[in-house]
Design a protein around this ligand. Structure first.
Ligand code: SF4
Length: 296
């Protein structure tokens, strides 16, 4: 369910928020520079006024008074000031008596802009899961993709948020280093994740979305997509190197070649075995990326 009295561009939310009431409190993404991302291309970043947000909450509560979960859209709603987030969470709590949790997209910089005390206050007001794209632990890859976030900052942000009681859901992008940096991508990404210890981890495969810089680079031969075999091997290398103490793992997005899920640490060896079996089966394309999803 979604409240959409503001903005008319497509709405995005994580798969895990399918049951949530989606409330748009900003338009677009404040960075909007990532070469692989087409979610908010052409959408100017705009924070809604307090009055507009209050009105949206009032209308949403009238339509879905029993909502228990809310997702605040669009990209990086954590960029809003702590004061405005406090106001939104307070008003949501008052308008939705059955509310349990509120979640949003975040970036390392927007989390670190809040003090630990502010993060704790937001948690007390039912802010629950922050979805953050690490994408890669390799600074060279992040720079080439114009991610605009530093790996150490994202690691620290994850640690700080979880120390304040928030749940971090981290996304990584398989194949983001292409053929040239697959090994570096796997090693550095596992290292960053081990330092982060996120409660949730999702591995998606990079897909060149039409209209993005990455798609143009693929078209022009400047970026060599990892083969289907290489992508599964990369995930095997990442999973084998993960030392996670309490993480729910999913690689079952439409972009994934082999749907996988499990819990760390208990399922790590099973996940590695399943990936090894897939590699050994001989069915994966070693030259090209294999079939790409028609939609994400
Ligand atoms: S990946 Fe995230 S931070 Fe990068 S442009 Fe897309 S929404 Fe913004």
């Amino acid at each position: 369910m979604r409240s959409d009295n503001c903005g008319n561009h497509p709405m995005f939310r994580p798969p895990g928020e399918a049951e949530s009431l989606i409330l748009r409190v900003v338009d677009g993404c404040p960075s909007n520079t990532c070469s692989f991302c087409g979610m908010y291309k052409g959408v100017p970043y705009r924070e809604y006024s307090t009055d507009a947000i209050r009105e949206e909450i009032r209308e949403a509560a009238a339509e879905w008074p029993g909502a228990r979960r809310v997702f605040l859209a669009d990209g990086d709603a954590m960029k809003l000031s702590a004061d405005l987030l406090r106001l939104i969470l307070t008003e949501l709590g008052q308008a939705l008596p059955r509310l349990i949790r509120v979640s949003l997209y975040a970036n390392g910089s927007s989390i670190l802009a809040k003090t630990p005390r502010e993060l704790q206050e937001l948690r007390e007001l039912k802010l629950h899961t922050l979805y953050m794209g690490l994408e890669s632990g390799d600074p060279t890859i992040l720079a080439s993709m114009h991610k605009g976030e530093a790996v150490p900052d994202m690691v620290l942000a994850c640690q700080r948020a979880q120390a304040c009681g928030l749940r971090m859901s981290i996304m990584i992008l398989l194949g983001l280093g292409g053929r040239d940096r697959s090994s570096e991508h796997a090693t550095a990404t596992a290292q960053a994740l081990n330092a982060m210890q996120p409660r949730l981890l999702s591995a998606l495969r990079v897909v060149p979305v039409e209209g993005t810089t990455l798609a143009a680079d693929v078209q022009a031969g400047r970026f060599n997509l990892l083969s289907e075999y290489g992508t599964v091997r990369e995930l095997r290398d990442i999973v084998a190197a993960l030392e996670l103490e309490r993480t729910v793992f999913r690689a079952n997005h439409t972009s994934n070649i082999l749907p996988l899920e499990g819990r760390f640490p208990k399922d790590r060896e099973r996940l590695v075995s399943e990936l090894e079996e897939e590699l050994a089966a001989g069915a994966l394309d070693r030259q090209g990326p294999g079939p790409m999803p028609l939609w994400l």
